[in-house]
Design a protein around this ligand. Structure first.
Ligand SMILES: NC(=O)c1ccc[n+]([C@@H]2O[C@H](COP(=O)([O-])OP(=O)(O)OC[C@H]3O[C@@H](n4cnc5c(N)ncnc54)[C@H](OP(=O)(O)O)[C@@H]3O)[C@@H](O)[C@H]2O)c1
Length: 379
């Protein structure tokens, strides 16, 4: 049975769901073991091989303050065991085999970033240089300066390591891989348009068709756990801008975050120095603004918050638009994300990918999918 050794950083919504999914995967798989040997949050780590079963109680009782050196030291121990096992398995009378057989087990190491931490991203290059592939749900590394974006890819190339991040855009939906495949196969991509955010999708899908004020729907979305604790983070459009930048870089643009034109939906007077309680008290200020937007809609139109990447003009924009009910974007429901990809071969009828664009289960499944892709490429 082949083995992939995994260190998981982040045990929040996505991280803890991922650990459960890995435990279930291991029970079913007859050919491959995902050996989680490190489970960490921002301060503590549990080091134990095959740690997924009963990890939460073990974390409570056995996790301790750690640094990356502890991770490397534990990985070295696993490597050593694997090499001496291979040596015995082969019963050679010379040195242990070097390089090790592919898929032999102890040699493949992977770090999974399921934090939202800018600090943790500083560990990527050291991890890569210490033999780790990286899988991440964290968008930060792909949206820092283009200089860092390139530096990271040079480190990956030099160390022959993989870096997968499908869940950076559209959670579990196959957006990045689809766009990468089209781009790498020479297909000319003209435009990508989408409702990138589950929370903004819910807000405008509901507001466009129901006779309720915007603030009422915002409160409903909060109660359903769809918005960030501070809804201004959703309404600012910055998260959508990050996702748009990631897609733009995927198709070869060398843009920076500041190149994305973002229409914030937070009025100036509720931004800046306003505290969260003050924002909540004044949230009804939004009602008149969005009621006016709604009053301008034609009979066959709805409001949608979209991210748009035009490859011809090289413009990246996040904005509120009046959308025809007949398009894929105009027909979204609930909190779905939807992406329209216009290319040379698809012509005027875009390739459409739609579905839940957030949620811990679909995101963890997407991260697990990336882990298995790395495993497949190295075994
Ligand atoms: N939830 C979704 O639907 C979704 C969809 C797509 C992508 N994502 C992305 O997935 C990531 C995780 O989201 P989440 O909802 O699971 O977040 P979360 O519930 O807030 O959990 C974050 C975890 O990261 C840990 N952490 C923070 N800084 C760290 C550091 N420097 N080193 C190690 N661990 C650290 C936190 O530990 P402490 O408690 O010690 O701070 C916590 O365990 C985010 O980047 C998010 O954008 C989420």
């Amino acid at each position: 049975m082949s083995q992939i050794n995994i260190a998981i950083f982040g045990i929040g919504n996505v991280g803890s769901t991922l650990i459960k999914q890995i435990a279930d995967y291991n029970k079913k798989s007859k050919t491959q073991n995902l050996n989680v040997f490190c489970i960490a949050n921002s301060t503590l780590a549990l080091f134990q091989e095959n740690a997924t079963e009963g990890w939460s109680a073990n974390f409570e009782s056995q996790a301790y303050p750690y640094s990356l050196d502890d991770v490397y030291a534990f990985a070295k121990k696993i490597r050593g065991q694997s090499r001496s096992k291979e040596f015995n398995d082969f019963n050679t009378d010379a040195e242990p085999p070097s390089p090790p057989r592919r898929g032999a087990g102890g040699e493949v190491f992977l770090a999974v970033d399921v934090t939202a931490s800018p600090e943790f991203v500083e560990n990527y290059i050291p991890l890569i240089e210490n033999g780790f592939h990286i899988v991440t749900a964290n968008k930060i590394a792909n949206t820092l300066s283009f200089e860092f974006y390139q530096e990271l890819r040079v480190a990956l190339e030099l160390n022959n390591k993989k870096f997968l991040y499908e869940t950076n855009v559209g959670a579990g939906l196959p957006i990045i891989e689809t766009i990468k495949n089209l781009h790498n196969s020479g297909e000319e991509i003209h435009k990508i348009r989408g409702v990138f955010s589950g929370s903004l999708s819910y807000l405008f899908n509901t507001f466009s068709v129901e006779e309720k004020s915007f603030s009422e729907i915002l409160l409903e979305a909060d109660a359903l756990g769809l918005t960030e604790p501070d809804a201004r983070e959703d309404l600012s459009g910055k998260d959508v801008a990050r996702k748009l930048l990631i897609l733009g870089r995927e198709v070869g643009l060398t843009k920076e975050f500041t190149d994305v034109k973002v229409q914030s939906l937070v009025p100036k007077e509720l931004n800046g120095q306003t505290t969260l309680p003050q924002f909540r008290e004044s949230v009804k200020t939004l009602d008149a603004i969005f009621a006016e937007n709604k009053s301008k809609l034609g009979a066959d139109e709805v409001l949608r918050h979209v991210g748009e990447l035009d490859l011809k003009t090289q413009k990246l924009e996040v904005k509120l638009v009046q959308e025809s009910k007949t398009t894929a974007l105009g027909q979204t429901q609930g909190a779905d994300a939807v992406f329209e990809i216009y290319t040379e071969s698809y012509g005027d009828q875009p390739l459409v990918i739609q579905g839940a664009g957030a949620g811990k289960a679909v995101t963890a499944r997407g991260v697990l999918g990336d882990i298995l892709k790395v495993a497949q490429s190295v075994n």
